[in-house]
Design a protein around this ligand. Structure first.
Ligand SMILES: [Zn+2]
Length: 120
């Protein structure tokens, strides 16, 4: 359950941010949205991730938070046709020549880009 581990570290990051914000503003905060970037090759299934996060965040300041996931495109060089190419789906063949000899770079990113909180 890769998603559980990720969701729990994600929640820790978010709760830290909430604490900081609360300390600065003097108000209790609720998390509205969490913006995430995930590489195409991270073995994280969005639906499962949302489910895990919901369970873990229950009764806390992030209980109602929406996860907004942006999938980062993958860039690589195809050995077949020699072009720089990008993949944006699960299909990792070269989009130009359909070759499978593509040297993909990155794809395993997972980071929080921003969070939106409301003071309550
Ligand atoms: Zn190619």
């Amino acid at each position: 359950m890769h998603e559980t581990v990720f969701a729990s570290s994600l929640l820790n990051i978010i709760l830290d941010e909430v604490k900081k914000h609360e300390a600065q503003s003097g108000h209790t905060c609720r998390v509205e949205r969490i913006y995430l970037q995930l590489g195409l090759l991270t073995c994280l299934e969005e639906h499962t991730l949302r489910g895990c996060f919901e369970i873990l965040a229950e009764d806390g300041p992030a209980a109602e938070a929406k996860l907004v996931v942006e999938r980062l495109p993958l860039a690589g060089r195809c050995a077949g046709c020699g072009q720089e190419v990008r993949a944006s789906g699960r299909d990792l063949a070269c989009p130009l020549c359909r070759g499978r000899e593509v040297d993909w770079r990155g794809g395993r990113e997972s980071q929080v880009t921003s969070i939106e909180v409301t003071e309550i």
